[in-house]
Ligand binder design. Sequence first.
Ligand SMILES: [Zn+2]
Length: 76
Amino acid sequence: MEPCCQCLGVLLWAGVTSVVFGARLEDAQAIGFNEGPRSLHWEKELKQRGISVTREVMRPQAVEVLQSYFALICLR
Ligand SMILES: [Zn+2]
């Protein structure tokens, strides 16, 4: 999943230099996750700090993982 508001803060503090994600925010929201508020320019802001962003790697498979996880946590 692309970084949520919490992930973005941790990425900066932890010194992460690259981010790779599969699913998009709208994928997670369509499943039922609430990721909270986030800057519309988050990707540009990371790149300005030297953090590379690789988008939508194996997106359909990533969505399947999110769907499985959501189903699992909703059963508890
Ligand atoms: Zn997050």
